[in-house]
Design a protein around this ligand. Sequence first.
Ligand code: PMT
Length: 316
Amino acid sequence: MADAKPSASGAAEGSLAEEFAVPSQVEELRGRMAEFAERHGVAGRRVVLITSGGTKVPLESRTVRFLDNFSSGRRGASSAEYFLDAGYAVIFLHRHRSLYPYTRLYSGINLLDALTAEPECARVVVDQSALPNIAAVLTRYQAVKAAGLLLPVEFSTLSDYLHLLKAAAQALSGIGSKAMFYLAAAVSDFYIPASEMPEHKIQSSNGPLQISMKMVPKMLSPLVRDWAPQAFIISFKLETDCSILLERARRALATYRHQAVVANVLDTRRGYVVVVTRHEQHELQLSDEDARHNVEIEERIVSNLAAAHHDFMLQG
Ligand code: PMT
């Protein structure tokens, strides 16, 4: 008798195990994430795993060139701050060197231009106009650090991201519905399997480059079904064509059967998103007045989802 066809989630797991290199520190990081989740879960705190930044897909084993997914990491980094304000503990799974909570507020500033050395009294003075609100931001950051509420974990490649997402889901499984997954990272849909990748730098003397890439299985399938079936799971949907956005978001919800999709269009993502759930959709939009007061759309997204997560926990 022929073998039964594996489910989408089984196929995705199989492909992850066989075709994506396991990052060297995955066991240690799984342990740290599990300890973090348990400590905060016992204290009655909700824990959110935020993914942030774009994945990198190498074109050569000894990588000189790679394919990158667009994401500055601002959505993830600012959302982390609002989740912390809302009482969550945060695991921040982010692309190496993408924007980071709190420091993101100074990312466009050359730090050395904001400091003046006073060697005679071994002091460095901060120029407050160059680093606006630095004391308030530093106070918030230090409080979060002292309470151990933020656990940063880094990825670079698509393989790192996929294995660390699975490790995070296993680490959070002990706290059930107290866990939220907020998948804001921009994850590649295409990759070159290790067995088909050239070892050395591709030579331009060989002429124009033609690449064939395989489809990356959607890890939302095993995440929702097998790795974190009790958790509150939010994916993001990014499009450049607004006419297909909502239909794609609804399709993702129908396929993966998770709790919500945050739908956004590249050009308007800073001021407008739609939170789509199975029975409702909420448009979140910043007004000109909000923009004048530096309100960020992530504050609204987090407030909406934290309330929905609360209801979800009560039902569970
Ligand atoms: O970082 P910023 O500059 O602030 O920009 C924020 C953002 C635009 C990147 C963010 O708001 C956003 O939309 N992120 C998701 C972009 C994306 O990858 O969308 P997608 O349609 O390719 O994927 C949809 C969902 O499937 C994602 O939540 C992703 O985690 C998941 N996915 C994707 C690929 C894959 N192989 N497996 C997955 O599970």
